[in-house]
Design a protein around this ligand. Sequence first.
Ligand code: HEC
Ligand code: HEC
Length: 382
Amino acid sequence: MLSLVRNLVLFILSITAGFVYIGNAIPQIKTQPAEAITVVGETPEQTVAAGKAIFMSDRAQCLTCHSLGEDPKARCPNQEGLGERAGKRKPGTTAAQYLVESVYNPNAFIVPGYPRNQMKPVHKPPIALSHDEITAALMFLNTLGGKSDSEFLEQVKEAQDPWRKGLLRPEESVEADKLPILSGDAPRGHELYRSQGCVLCHRIRDEGRDVCPDLSAIGGSQSPDYILESILTPSAIIVKGYKEVKMSLKPRRFVRGVPVKWVPDREHPKSIVLSVDAGGGQREEQEVDLSEATSIGETAVVVKKGKKVEATYGDYVSGDQQTGVTMKMLENGEWIERRFHASDIKRVDQAESPMPSNFAEMMTPSEIYDLVSFLMAQKGKK
Ligand code: HEC
Ligand code: HEC
């Protein structure tokens, strides 16, 4: 299984990631990537103003954990008065040095009473602020109890210098590649379950539809990690019976669907029965004669052929785009292994879940935890 965080990162980066909906009755969910703030100003005042906008933005995620002023819902340090505390946190460390370290290398000093590994380095995905944006955010935070003048700006930049040059690495512990599971608010999760459209595919007891796995008992059978991963990267583990195969057929036709039956069997296949999307949330079974197929499988290797690009389908065996890929492919009624050379490969599309893969862009991390917490409470019967 791929690492959750790597997946999350790939996934947040891949705004273009294709997703397929079961049924056209499901409303299209549009994403709006938050705009990058690239101009952080020249004077200290402009930089502070830009930094405030960055700190408050959804993209920076700071407010999903922190608060400015008292907030009983906040899970992490209240930043009020930070500018005053910062220079006293670690002996021999100036306020600028401390602030830079707390965002690039959060594990270097843990504020008493809070867990390690909860705050992630903000210059790396999934937050991935630019160094200039970080300068600005820290200029803003320091105004909470401190003075952010041009002298302070220079000190921040100086402390950031080794990070800008890539000379330092954040301290990560063994568990670092796991996302923290924070406790969420289950009733809010239930609202999200409806408003995010989960209910259009899944069933929980008497609410929802039967086109996708029933989630009425998910909390009794699965861990929070698994549920989190199912929401963030549905394709990491695809529930049995929901893995689609794609087929190219002569002449220039294409079919995709979930295999229901190989005839007579998978080793000696003559035809295949697929459950395909018939629109309007309906599925229908379709039998396809395999002598018409040019290729079939869960994974597509897209190759360049002169000026044309062509997808060949098969079952993934090993390798990747950089080293070449080995696939198990059906040719003239027999399964054979075939190797594609790296220089010919344009793209490899691994099996995808029919579940949309952009929920991390649609919800804030705290909303995702609310949803996980709602699903963990589902311990009923299917
Ligand atoms: C997932 C939750 C989370 C997110 C998101 C997060 N932080 Fe934090 N942050 C924490 C926790 C927990 C601590 C205290 C533990 C520690 O010292 O690492 C902390 C500590 C800090 C501190 C030191 C505070 C002090 O009182 O000494 C600073 C500064 C800070 N965060 C800035 C930021 C900024 C800026 C962002 C957004 C770019 C951000 N954090 C995003 C959880 C988070
Ligand atoms: C377009 C239909 C669709 C939507 C919308 C959808 N899912 Fe799914 N979901 C699926 C399918 C199909 C699977 C099974 C394939 C897989 O494992 O990815 C699945 C699998 C899951 C699983 C794993 C189930 C198991 O038995 O292991 C969870 C948990 C889940 N979805 C939660 C959600 C949540 C939460 C939402 C809303 C934020 C959601 N899904 C929205 C189609 C959908």
